[in-house]
Design a protein around this ligand. Sequence first.
Ligand SMILES: Cc1ncc(COP(=O)(O)O)c(C=O)c1O
Length: 371
Amino acid sequence: MQPAARLSLLKPSPIRAITDGTPPGAIPLGLGEPTWDLPEVARKALLREPGPCAYVPHAGLTELRRAVGAFHNAHLDEVLITTGSQGALFALFQAWVNPGTKVLVPDPGFVAYPALARMAGAEPVTYRLSADRFRLNAEELIRALDATPEASAVILNLPSNPTGGGGDPTALKRVADACTARGVLLISDEVYRDLHFGVRAPSLRDVTDRGVVTSSVSKGWGAPGLRVGWAVGDPAWLVPARTVHGYAVTGTATPAQWAALALIEHSDTVLAEARAAVQLRWQALAEALREELGHAVTPPDGTFYHFMSLPPAAHADPLAFCLKLRDEAKVVLIPGLAFGEGGRGHARLSFAATPEQLREGVRRLAPYWNN
Ligand SMILES: Cc1ncc(COP(=O)(O)O)c(C=O)c1O
Protein backbone atom coordinates (compact mmCIF):
# COMPACT_ATOMS: atom_id res chain seq x y z
CA MET A 1 0.00 0.00 0.00
CA GLN A 2 1.21 3.51 -0.78
CA PRO A 3 -0.13 6.66 0.90
CA ALA A 4 -1.06 9.57 -1.36
CA ALA A 5 1.85 10.94 -3.36
CA ARG A 6 1.52 14.40 -1.79
CA LEU A 7 2.68 12.88 1.51
CA SER A 8 5.97 11.69 0.04
CA LEU A 9 7.84 14.78 1.27
CA LEU A 10 6.26 14.68 4.71
CA LYS A 11 8.49 13.29 7.46
CA PRO A 12 7.26 12.39 10.96
CA SER A 13 7.83 15.22 13.46
CA PRO A 14 11.52 15.18 14.49
CA ILE A 15 10.36 15.87 18.04
CA ARG A 16 8.93 12.33 18.04
CA ALA A 17 12.42 10.91 17.54
CA ILE A 18 13.20 12.13 21.05
CA THR A 19 9.91 11.89 22.92
CA ASP A 20 8.96 8.39 21.66
CA GLY A 21 10.90 5.96 23.78
CA THR A 22 11.25 8.27 26.78
CA PRO A 23 12.42 6.00 29.63
CA PRO A 24 10.40 5.73 32.87
CA GLY A 25 11.40 8.35 35.44
CA ALA A 26 12.67 10.80 32.79
CA ILE A 27 12.03 14.51 33.38
CA PRO A 28 9.94 15.86 30.51
CA LEU A 29 11.41 19.22 29.48
CA GLY A 30 10.61 18.53 25.83
CA LEU A 31 6.94 19.24 25.18
CA GLY A 32 5.50 22.75 25.17
CA GLU A 33 2.37 22.54 27.24
CA PRO A 34 1.22 24.17 30.48
CA THR A 35 1.47 22.01 33.60
CA TRP A 36 -0.83 24.17 35.72
CA ASP A 37 -4.55 23.42 36.25
CA LEU A 38 -7.20 24.32 33.72
CA PRO A 39 -8.60 27.60 35.16
CA GLU A 40 -11.76 27.19 37.21
CA VAL A 41 -13.90 29.39 34.91
CA ALA A 42 -13.32 26.89 32.09
CA ARG A 43 -14.02 23.88 34.31
CA LYS A 44 -17.33 25.44 35.37
CA ALA A 45 -18.28 26.28 31.77
CA LEU A 46 -17.89 22.64 30.81
CA LEU A 47 -20.61 21.68 33.33
CA ARG A 48 -23.86 22.84 31.75
CA GLU A 49 -27.53 22.71 32.62
CA PRO A 50 -29.44 19.93 30.76
CA GLY A 51 -29.84 20.78 27.08
CA PRO A 52 -28.59 19.73 23.65
CA CYS A 53 -24.96 19.78 22.68
CA ALA A 54 -25.62 21.06 19.18
CA TYR A 55 -23.53 22.00 16.17
CA VAL A 56 -22.67 25.67 16.07
CA PRO A 57 -22.12 27.77 12.89
CA HIS A 58 -19.03 26.81 10.88
CA ALA A 59 -17.35 30.10 11.74
CA GLY A 60 -17.73 29.26 15.45
CA LEU A 61 -19.99 30.11 18.39
CA THR A 62 -21.07 33.72 17.84
CA GLU A 63 -20.40 34.79 21.46
CA LEU A 64 -16.91 33.31 21.26
CA ARG A 65 -16.20 35.07 17.95
CA ARG A 66 -17.37 38.31 19.54
CA ALA A 67 -15.09 37.80 22.57
CA VAL A 68 -12.07 36.91 20.39
CA GLY A 69 -12.87 39.95 18.23
CA ALA A 70 -12.92 42.21 21.30
CA PHE A 71 -9.58 40.76 22.44
CA HIS A 72 -7.96 41.46 19.07
CA ASN A 73 -9.84 44.68 18.36
CA ALA A 74 -11.65 43.09 15.40
CA HIS A 75 -15.23 42.83 14.12
CA LEU A 76 -17.25 39.63 14.37
CA ASP A 77 -16.86 38.88 10.65
CA GLU A 78 -13.07 39.13 10.99
CA VAL A 79 -12.95 36.08 13.32
CA LEU A 80 -12.96 32.38 12.39
CA ILE A 81 -12.92 29.81 15.24
CA THR A 82 -10.82 26.73 14.48
CA THR A 83 -9.62 23.48 16.00
CA GLY A 84 -6.57 24.94 17.73
CA SER A 85 -4.44 27.49 15.91
CA GLN A 86 -3.10 24.45 14.05
CA GLY A 87 -6.57 24.16 12.45
CA ALA A 88 -6.38 27.82 11.43
CA LEU A 89 -2.92 27.39 9.90
CA PHE A 90 -3.97 24.25 8.02
CA ALA A 91 -7.11 25.89 6.63
CA LEU A 92 -5.28 29.09 5.61
CA PHE A 93 -2.51 27.15 3.86
CA GLN A 94 -5.00 24.94 2.03
CA ALA A 95 -7.09 27.95 1.04
CA TRP A 96 -4.33 30.29 -0.12
CA VAL A 97 -1.11 28.44 -0.91
CA ASN A 98 -1.02 27.15 -4.47
CA PRO A 99 0.96 24.02 -5.42
CA GLY A 100 4.30 24.97 -6.93
CA THR A 101 4.60 28.19 -4.90
CA LYS A 102 6.88 28.80 -1.90
CA VAL A 103 6.20 29.65 1.73
CA LEU A 104 8.72 31.56 3.83
CA VAL A 105 9.18 30.02 7.29
CA PRO A 106 11.53 30.97 10.15
CA ASP A 107 14.70 28.95 10.82
CA PRO A 108 14.69 27.90 13.57
CA GLY A 109 10.91 27.69 13.68
CA PHE A 110 7.87 25.63 14.67
CA VAL A 111 8.11 22.21 13.02
CA ALA A 112 4.58 22.31 11.59
CA TYR A 113 5.21 25.24 9.21
CA PRO A 114 7.30 23.37 6.59
CA ALA A 115 4.95 20.36 6.84
CA LEU A 116 1.85 22.52 6.27
CA ALA A 117 3.50 24.11 3.23
CA ARG A 118 4.34 20.69 1.80
CA MET A 119 0.81 19.40 2.40
CA ALA A 120 -0.40 22.32 0.28
CA GLY A 121 2.01 21.23 -2.49
CA ALA A 122 4.34 24.18 -1.86
CA GLU A 123 7.99 24.33 -0.92
CA PRO A 124 9.08 25.82 2.40
CA VAL A 125 11.94 28.34 2.12
CA THR A 126 13.62 29.42 5.32
CA TYR A 127 14.51 32.92 6.50
CA ARG A 128 16.94 33.62 9.31
CA LEU A 129 16.33 35.37 12.60
CA SER A 130 18.74 37.86 14.21
CA ALA A 131 22.05 36.40 15.35
CA ASP A 132 21.51 37.76 18.87
CA ARG A 133 18.53 36.23 20.64
CA PHE A 134 16.82 34.96 17.47
CA ARG A 135 14.51 37.96 17.01
CA LEU A 136 12.67 39.07 13.86
CA ASN A 137 15.17 40.65 11.47
CA ALA A 138 13.30 42.59 8.76
CA GLU A 139 16.36 42.81 6.44
CA GLU A 140 16.85 39.04 6.46
CA LEU A 141 13.19 38.36 5.81
CA ILE A 142 12.84 40.96 3.04
CA ARG A 143 16.05 39.65 1.43
CA ALA A 144 14.53 36.15 1.41
CA LEU A 145 11.30 37.57 -0.04
CA ASP A 146 13.19 39.37 -2.81
CA ALA A 147 14.99 36.13 -3.65
CA THR A 148 11.70 34.19 -3.80
CA PRO A 149 9.38 35.63 -6.45
CA GLU A 150 7.23 32.47 -6.21
CA ALA A 151 6.38 33.21 -2.53
CA SER A 152 2.65 32.90 -1.80
CA ALA A 153 2.82 33.24 2.00
CA VAL A 154 5.13 34.27 4.84
CA ILE A 155 4.77 33.05 8.39
CA LEU A 156 5.92 34.96 11.47
CA ASN A 157 5.96 33.74 15.04
CA LEU A 158 6.56 36.37 17.73
CA PRO A 159 7.57 35.34 20.32
CA SER A 160 9.03 32.27 18.75
CA ASN A 161 8.83 28.57 19.36
CA PRO A 162 11.59 27.35 19.88
CA THR A 163 13.71 30.42 20.70
CA GLY A 164 11.45 32.75 22.70
CA GLY A 165 12.71 35.65 20.53
CA GLY A 166 10.29 38.46 19.68
CA GLY A 167 10.57 41.49 17.46
CA ASP A 168 9.92 45.22 17.44
CA PRO A 169 7.00 47.05 15.81
CA THR A 170 9.23 48.79 13.24
CA ALA A 171 10.57 45.48 11.93
CA LEU A 172 7.07 44.01 11.91
CA LYS A 173 5.71 46.99 9.97
CA ARG A 174 8.49 46.74 7.39
CA VAL A 175 7.75 43.06 6.84
CA ALA A 176 3.99 43.68 6.64
CA ASP A 177 4.47 46.44 4.06
CA ALA A 178 6.84 44.26 2.01
CA CYS A 179 4.26 41.44 1.93
CA THR A 180 1.43 43.81 1.00
CA ALA A 181 3.50 45.33 -1.82
CA ARG A 182 4.14 41.86 -3.26
CA GLY A 183 0.60 40.51 -2.74
CA VAL A 184 1.90 37.79 -0.40
CA LEU A 185 -0.28 36.53 2.48
CA LEU A 186 1.35 37.30 5.84
CA ILE A 187 0.30 35.00 8.69
CA SER A 188 1.33 36.08 12.18
CA ASP A 189 1.24 33.17 14.64
CA GLU A 190 0.76 34.92 18.00
CA VAL A 191 -0.01 31.88 20.11
CA TYR A 192 2.63 32.78 22.77
CA ARG A 193 2.13 36.55 22.76
CA ASP A 194 0.56 36.76 26.23
CA LEU A 195 3.28 34.70 27.92
CA HIS A 196 5.78 37.53 28.12
CA PHE A 197 8.25 38.76 30.74
CA GLY A 198 7.19 42.38 30.93
CA VAL A 199 7.16 43.51 27.30
CA ARG A 200 4.45 42.05 25.08
CA ALA A 201 5.56 41.42 21.48
CA PRO A 202 3.79 43.62 18.92
CA SER A 203 0.78 42.13 17.13
CA LEU A 204 0.46 42.28 13.38
CA ARG A 205 -2.82 44.09 14.05
CA ASP A 206 -0.89 46.91 15.74
CA VAL A 207 0.90 47.75 12.49
CA THR A 208 -1.50 46.88 9.66
CA ASP A 209 -5.04 45.78 8.87
CA ARG A 210 -3.66 43.38 6.22
CA GLY A 211 -2.60 39.78 6.86
CA VAL A 212 -4.05 37.26 9.30
CA VAL A 213 -3.31 36.65 12.99
CA THR A 214 -3.63 33.12 14.39
CA SER A 215 -3.78 32.20 18.06
CA SER A 216 -5.51 29.86 20.52
CA VAL A 217 -6.33 29.14 24.17
CA SER A 218 -3.54 26.52 24.22
CA LYS A 219 -0.66 28.48 25.76
CA GLY A 220 -1.55 31.73 27.58
CA TRP A 221 -4.99 30.51 28.67
CA GLY A 222 -3.52 27.15 29.67
CA ALA A 223 -5.92 24.90 27.74
CA PRO A 224 -4.21 23.02 24.87
CA GLY A 225 -6.57 20.05 25.26
CA LEU A 226 -9.65 22.16 24.48
CA ARG A 227 -8.39 22.50 20.88
CA VAL A 228 -9.83 25.97 20.35
CA GLY A 229 -8.01 28.47 18.20
CA TRP A 230 -8.81 31.20 15.71
CA ALA A 231 -7.81 33.26 12.73
CA VAL A 232 -8.39 37.02 12.74
CA GLY A 233 -8.23 39.12 9.60
CA ASP A 234 -10.03 40.46 6.57
CA PRO A 235 -13.10 38.25 5.86
CA ALA A 236 -11.84 37.92 2.26
CA TRP A 237 -8.93 35.80 3.63
CA LEU A 238 -11.13 33.92 6.10
CA VAL A 239 -14.11 32.81 4.03
CA PRO A 240 -12.19 30.27 1.85
CA ALA A 241 -10.35 29.05 4.99
CA ARG A 242 -13.74 28.55 6.69
CA THR A 243 -14.83 26.33 3.78
CA VAL A 244 -11.70 24.16 4.16
CA HIS A 245 -12.06 23.97 7.95
CA GLY A 246 -15.77 23.13 7.62
CA TYR A 247 -15.12 20.20 5.29
CA ALA A 248 -12.17 19.00 7.41
CA VAL A 249 -13.84 18.96 10.84
CA THR A 250 -17.26 20.72 10.55
CA GLY A 251 -16.45 22.78 13.62
CA THR A 252 -14.63 22.84 16.93
CA ALA A 253 -16.33 20.86 19.74
CA THR A 254 -19.18 22.95 21.15
CA PRO A 255 -18.35 22.40 24.88
CA ALA A 256 -14.75 23.39 24.16
CA GLN A 257 -16.04 26.63 22.68
CA TRP A 258 -18.12 27.31 25.83
CA ALA A 259 -15.00 26.83 27.94
CA ALA A 260 -12.86 28.97 25.64
CA LEU A 261 -15.47 31.74 25.87
CA ALA A 262 -15.23 31.68 29.68
CA LEU A 263 -11.44 31.83 29.51
CA ILE A 264 -11.41 34.78 27.14
CA GLU A 265 -14.04 36.65 29.13
CA HIS A 266 -11.70 36.29 32.14
CA SER A 267 -8.51 37.07 30.22
CA ASP A 268 -7.27 39.65 32.71
CA THR A 269 -7.03 37.19 35.59
CA VAL A 270 -6.34 34.02 33.58
CA LEU A 271 -3.44 35.51 31.63
CA ALA A 272 -1.97 37.25 34.69
CA GLU A 273 -2.04 33.94 36.60
CA ALA A 274 -0.42 32.12 33.69
CA ARG A 275 2.36 34.72 33.54
CA ALA A 276 2.90 34.33 37.27
CA ALA A 277 3.14 30.52 36.86
CA VAL A 278 5.66 30.91 34.03
CA GLN A 279 7.67 33.52 35.96
CA LEU A 280 7.91 31.19 38.97
CA ARG A 281 9.19 28.42 36.72
CA TRP A 282 11.66 30.72 35.00
CA GLN A 283 13.09 31.76 38.38
CA ALA A 284 13.55 28.11 39.40
CA LEU A 285 15.23 27.35 36.07
CA ALA A 286 17.50 30.42 36.04
CA GLU A 287 18.64 29.74 39.60
CA ALA A 288 19.37 26.07 38.84
CA LEU A 289 21.27 26.96 35.64
CA ARG A 290 23.38 29.48 37.57
CA GLU A 291 24.12 27.16 40.47
CA GLU A 292 24.64 23.88 38.60
CA LEU A 293 26.08 25.03 35.26
CA GLY A 294 27.37 28.54 35.97
CA HIS A 295 25.12 29.90 33.17
CA ALA A 296 24.00 33.52 33.53
CA VAL A 297 20.70 33.61 31.66
CA THR A 298 18.10 36.24 30.83
CA PRO A 299 14.44 35.41 30.23
CA PRO A 300 13.21 35.06 26.65
CA ASP A 301 10.99 37.83 25.18
CA GLY A 302 8.12 35.40 25.66
CA THR A 303 7.01 31.70 25.62
CA PHE A 304 8.11 29.06 28.13
CA TYR A 305 11.15 27.97 26.14
CA HIS A 306 14.80 28.39 27.00
CA PHE A 307 16.92 27.91 23.89
CA MET A 308 19.95 26.49 25.61
CA SER A 309 23.45 26.51 24.09
CA LEU A 310 24.85 23.01 23.67
CA PRO A 311 28.44 22.19 24.61
CA PRO A 312 30.63 22.57 21.45
CA ALA A 313 31.31 18.82 21.29
CA ALA A 314 27.56 18.22 20.78
CA HIS A 315 27.23 20.44 17.70
CA ALA A 316 28.25 17.73 15.21
CA ASP A 317 25.44 15.37 16.26
CA PRO A 318 22.91 17.15 18.51
CA LEU A 319 20.34 14.36 18.12
CA ALA A 320 22.78 11.76 19.49
CA PHE A 321 23.63 14.12 22.38
CA CYS A 322 19.95 14.65 23.26
CA LEU A 323 19.25 10.90 23.01
CA LYS A 324 22.12 10.34 25.44
CA LEU A 325 20.63 12.93 27.81
CA ARG A 326 17.26 11.20 27.51
CA ASP A 327 18.58 7.67 28.12
CA GLU A 328 21.46 8.26 30.57
CA ALA A 329 20.60 11.48 32.44
CA LYS A 330 16.87 10.83 32.00
CA VAL A 331 16.03 14.38 30.93
CA VAL A 332 14.15 15.07 27.71
CA LEU A 333 15.29 18.12 25.70
CA ILE A 334 14.58 18.73 22.00
CA PRO A 335 17.64 19.34 19.81
CA GLY A 336 17.44 22.78 18.17
CA LEU A 337 18.25 21.11 14.86
CA ALA A 338 14.71 19.66 14.90
CA PHE A 339 13.52 23.24 14.23
CA GLY A 340 15.94 23.90 11.36
CA GLU A 341 19.64 24.18 10.67
CA GLY A 342 19.69 27.55 12.48
CA GLY A 343 19.03 25.72 15.74
CA ARG A 344 22.00 23.34 15.48
CA GLY A 345 24.01 24.65 18.46
CA HIS A 346 21.05 24.70 20.84
CA ALA A 347 18.43 22.54 22.53
CA ARG A 348 14.92 23.63 23.45
CA LEU A 349 14.13 23.29 27.14
CA SER A 350 10.47 23.79 28.03
CA PHE A 351 10.12 25.42 31.43
CA ALA A 352 6.37 24.83 31.46
CA ALA A 353 7.40 21.87 33.68
CA THR A 354 7.03 22.19 37.46
CA PRO A 355 9.77 24.05 39.46
CA GLU A 356 10.75 20.73 41.12
CA GLN A 357 11.15 19.03 37.74
CA LEU A 358 13.23 21.98 36.50
CA ARG A 359 15.59 21.89 39.51
CA GLU A 360 16.04 18.13 39.30
CA GLY A 361 16.35 18.20 35.50
CA VAL A 362 19.16 20.77 35.54
CA ARG A 363 20.94 18.88 38.33
CA ARG A 364 20.94 15.78 36.11
CA LEU A 365 22.12 17.75 33.05
CA ALA A 366 25.05 19.44 34.82
CA PRO A 367 27.69 16.69 34.31
CA TYR A 368 27.10 16.77 30.54
CA TRP A 369 27.86 20.51 30.34
CA ASN A 370 30.56 20.66 32.98
CA ASN A 371 32.79 17.93 31.50
C1 LIG B 1 4.32 28.28 17.40
C2 LIG B 1 3.14 27.41 17.51
N1 LIG B 1 2.10 27.65 16.73
C3 LIG B 1 0.99 26.90 16.76
C4 LIG B 1 0.90 25.82 17.62
C5 LIG B 1 -0.34 24.99 17.59
O1 LIG B 1 -0.98 25.03 18.80
P1 LIG B 1 -2.56 24.86 18.98
O2 LIG B 1 -3.09 24.15 17.78
O3 LIG B 1 -2.71 24.09 20.22
O4 LIG B 1 -3.12 26.25 19.07
C6 LIG B 1 1.97 25.52 18.47
C7 LIG B 1 1.92 24.35 19.38
O5 LIG B 1 2.87 23.98 20.02
C8 LIG B 1 3.12 26.34 18.42
O6 LIG B 1 4.18 26.12 19.21
